[in-house]
Design a protein around this ligand. Structure first.
Ligand code: HEM
Length: 393
């Protein structure tokens, strides 16, 4: 019971602090006994049909890094770059220092580090414009977008995720050392979710508006998951089969004005309770009871408003779904969501959803999209294979 439940740990610490003889300098912290070697040594394989970091368990720390290719980085250089990246990824995610790592100790505790690589329209065009899927392009403009703040587009994406910020920082530096000659840093976006161990395993994350965020999201175990997310040979670009399309939107939250809205108002904006994320059609039904969009109150009005976020975001077309993998960001001056989502084709999945949100989502009063990028996430690779080999072949 000491560590269980919301706030249990903090309460236990506070109780102890009131005990006679408690000395914060000399009394060991409550979790010292459990500290042991911790989870730092855990490594996730980077090999498989699909890259790691897409359906693997969401990590605490996420860094999206985009590069712009240098003018001289041609198809041959891109192939070389992929070979170097492959070796770096294999080493770093396994907790092994890559070649000529001046600080090999920093690689030893990967904490489930994953490094996921995506390519932007510019990179594919440099290899062969005929290999670019139609959806690999800037998204159509939405009315409320305020892009242009330096977080748009990019030729190459690296998404680094781990449960500890140290391996993320070290991997980013090692990768940059090798990528520098091929490209220039375009932007970096750093995000987070609750730290591993702070919540029960598998708990849905909370965003900075306080909402339980990620409840209704396709899961890998579901039979219709694969065709929603993985590009198929039949889609016309065989080099991308087993890959995916990734949309990243930087969405700023106006938390000061949001905080002035009363609790019922904040719950109606989404259509779910703040306490546990239950749909307002049955606020006591728990997080996972499906929303009943037809439910009416005593006055005959819809319980879930016609402009509530979940009503606008849901679709009657089962193919029009995305796999959301968002994280919070907080620069100290600005906060929001790094809204990342995977799908097979953004033009038929992300775009129609976002069009409905852009048109009339109660949430729009407090959120603004300030960055937008689309990447083709390369198919997975096996030991002895090279990431992206199908593209440059
Ligand atoms: C659901 C928050 C942006 C798509 C939800 C839920 C919350 C939420 C709290 C309900 C719980 C859940 O099922 O996850 C936010 C916030 C956003 C944001 C704070 C911006 C800062 C977006 C965007 C899209 C999107 C840009 C896609 C274009 C969805 C979908 C659902 C959802 C598909 C599930 C709807 C259903 O019940 O079928 N969001 N969201 N959200 N959101 Fe968002």
């Amino acid at each position: 019971a000491l560590l269980g439940g919301a706030g249990g740990y903090a309460l236990a610490e506070r109780d102890r602090a009131n005990e006679p003889g408690f000395d914060p300098e000399t009394t060991p912290a409550l979790n010292d006994a459990a500290d042991g070697p911790g989870f730092g040594g855990e490594a996730l394989s980077c090999h498989g049909d699909h890259q790691a970091g897409i359906t693997t368990v969401p990590a605490t720390h996420v860094r999206h890094i985009a590069y712009t290719l240098r003018a001289e980085t041609d198809r041959g250089a891109i192939a070389r770059m992929f070979r170097i990246l492959t070796g770096d990824i294999e080493a770093l995610t396994a907790g092994v220092a890559p070649l000529a790592d001046p600080e090999p100790e920093l690689a030893e505790r990967p904490s489930r580090l994953t490094i996921t690589v995506g390519v932007g329209p510019g990179l594919v065009d440099r290899v062969d414009p005929k290999k670019r899927p139609k959806w690999l392009a800037p998204l159509p403009a939405f009315t409320l977008d305020q892009l242009g703040g330096g977080f748009d587009g990019g030729d190459l994406l690296l998404t680094l995720q781990a449960d500890d910020p140290l391996p993320v920082a070290h991997a980013a530096r090692m990768l940059h050392r090798d990528l520098d000659r091929f490209g220039e840093l375009a932007w970096v976006q750093q995000g987070f979710r609750q730290a591993r161990g702070a919540e029960a395993q598998g708990a849905t994350m909370r965003n900075l508006m306080g909402q339980v965020d990620g409840t209704v999201n396709p899961k890998p175990a579901e039979p219709d998951f694969d065709p929603l997310i993985w590009v198929d040979k039949a889609d016309g670009q065989p080099w991308l089969a087993g890959g995916s399309a990734f949309v990243l939107r930087r969405i700023r939250m106006e938390l000061d004005t949001w905080d002035r809205v009363d609790r019922p108002g904040r719950e109606q904006t989404i259509g779910r309770t703040l306490s546990d994320g239950a749909a307002l059609s049955d606020p006591k039904g728990g997080e996972h009871k499906p929303a009943d969009f037809d439910a009416k109150n005593a006055l005959g009005l819809s319980v879930i408003s016609s402009a509530a976020h979940i009503r606008r975001a849901t679709s009657s077309d089962p193919n029009e779904r995305i796999v959301r993998r968002a994280v919070n960001y907080d620069t100290g001056e600005e906060a929001g969501l790094l809204f990342g989502c995977f799908q097979r084709n953004p033009l038929t999945q992300f775009v129609p959803i976002q069009q409905r949100l852009d048109e009339a989502d109660l949430l729009n009063e407090w959120v603004t999209h300030t960055g937008s990028a689309v990447f083709a996430i390369l198919p997975g690779f096996r030991s002895g294979e090279t990431l992206g080999a199908g593209l440059t072949a």
